[in-house]
Write a protein that binds this ligand. Structure first.
Ligand code: ARG
Length: 407
């Protein structure tokens, strides 16, 4: 009788290659690997060969970059998704899409299980499991296997296991730091090694997308970003696909040292962890869209949006992507950005991204109202009447309840 199948989320790295063998041995299942390309992610080259070497019966490689950008990253951008104000949620936005693709692949190949490489200490296991269970709730149940959460091997035991299974491992020099890195087009998260000491500055070798300030150009550059309904569509007047635009901004901003984040973060599982991120494009695009909003949204729209942003960010972080509430908030964001169309000019220099100009055909900024010149259109007489009414309640209360002029 043919064995049951398990679709494994496969990056091509050591852990997921060991997992391929481990699932066959411990679950007696055939393994189909699924590598999803979220941009700048796993080394796609040679991934099928490595999967085959580990005994996978089939290996799928799916380019989902456009879907990632259009259905996850840009909705997140429109929602102002920034966990704890600094983390652009790159990993957190990628996981629900990976969960979705795992379920799709499982249905396609007739698998009864799916697997991912998360350990038992992080947020990603929650995002994967919750996403998979929610999406699979419709059809036949899917079992979830998480080898690294189950096997209880130390790093050295893993290496031994790999050697016994005849897997080729990339040799790493003993003096070389091996960070735990998760990356996609929207950013990379770097953990482990010396970063675990929160007092130590991150070593320069932790970074690969952003230059250190001493190596950045002395001259600033200016970039103009065009938005349509809250979605970035052009750079310096040239239309770009979302994937292209993010890649270009990662390069440009990274060259000027923009997008390094060093943060002690509250994980969902209760641990605080020191996280270092490189998210150049995300930093630039968030700053730019925020600047556009200040011109095109009313004060109340901005306030409601900010409140919902915080809720949305926590939801994305906490693995609640596939929920009605997340969809509801996304619908508000789409509606709120109806008029977020225009251009924003940013200046990149020595690690900073400063907005220096913004314009929109829908801007609520009215020069004739705002100007300090005496020929303005603002009704100064009306202001005193307004303040009279505006302060009425406070004046009444002061008269009736406050017994002296000094509080
Ligand atoms: N702390 C981030 C998050 O939970 C990133 C985790 C990425 N994983 C890693 N192995 N570096 O979204």
């Amino acid at each position: 009788m043919a064995r049951e199948k398990c679709v494994l989320a496969y990056s091509g790295g050591m852990d997921s290659t060991i997992s391929t063998v481990w699932i066959q041995e411990n679950y007696n299942m055939d393994v189909v690997t699924l590598t999803v390309d979220l941009g700048a992610g796993p080394e796609i080259v040679g991934v099928k060969e490595r999967a085959a070497q580990a005994g996978a019966i089939q290996s799928l490689v799916w380019d989902v970059r456009d879907e990632f950008v259009n259905e996850y990253v840009f909705p997140g951008l429109k929602a102002g998704a920034m966990y704890e104000g600094v983390y652009a949620l790159s990993t957190a936005l990628g996981r629900p899409l990976m969960a979705k693709k795992l379920v799709e692949a499982a249905r396609e190949v007739g698998a009864t299980a799916v697997a991912h490489g998360c350990t038992g200490k992080g947020n990603d296991q929650v995002r994967f499991d919750a996403g998979i269970m929610t999406l699979a709730a419709h059809g036949d149940p899917l079992k979830i296997v998480a080898p690294a959460r189950e096997w209880g091997m130390t790093r050295d035991e893993e290496k031994l296991y790999a050697q016994k299974a005849g897997l080729e491992l990339r040799e790493v020099g003993s003096d070389q730091r091996v960070y735990s890195i998760d990356r996609n087009l929207w950013g990379q998260a770097i953990e482990g090694e010396d970063l675990e000491d929160t007092w130590e500055a991150p070593p320069e070798d932790a970074f690969s997308w952003t230059r250190q300030i001493s190596d950045t150009p002395d001259e600033p550059i200016e970039v103009s970003i065009g938005f349509e309904k809250g979605v970035p569509v052009s750079i310096d007047g040239t239309l770009k696909s979302g994937v292209e635009l993010i890649a270009i901004l990662n390069d440009l901003a990274g060259e000027h040292g923009v997008g390094r984040i060093d943060h002690v973060e509250n994980r969902l599982v209760g641990i605080k962890s020191r996280e270092v991120y490189e998210t150049p494009a995300a930093v630039v695009l968030n700053a730019a869209l925020k600047a556009l909003e200040t011109s095109t949204m009313s004060r109340e729209q901005q306030r409601v949006k900010d409140n919902l942003s915080a809720i949305y960010s926590d939801m994305v972080y906490d693995g609640r992507w596939f929920t009605e509430l997340r969809t509801n908030i996304a619908a508000f964001m789409d509606s709120a950005h109806e008029f977020s169309t225009g251009d924003v000019r940013v200046r990149l220099h020595k690690g900073s991204c400063i907005v220096v100009g913004r314009r929109s055909p829908f801007s609520l900024y009215d020069f004739d109202l705002a100007t300090y010149s005496t020929t303005d259109a603002f009704d100064h007489e009306a202001a005193t009447g307004f303040i009279d009414i505006y302060s009425l309640a406070a004046r009444t209360q002061s008269r009736k309840q406050t017994h002296s002029e000094r509080r």
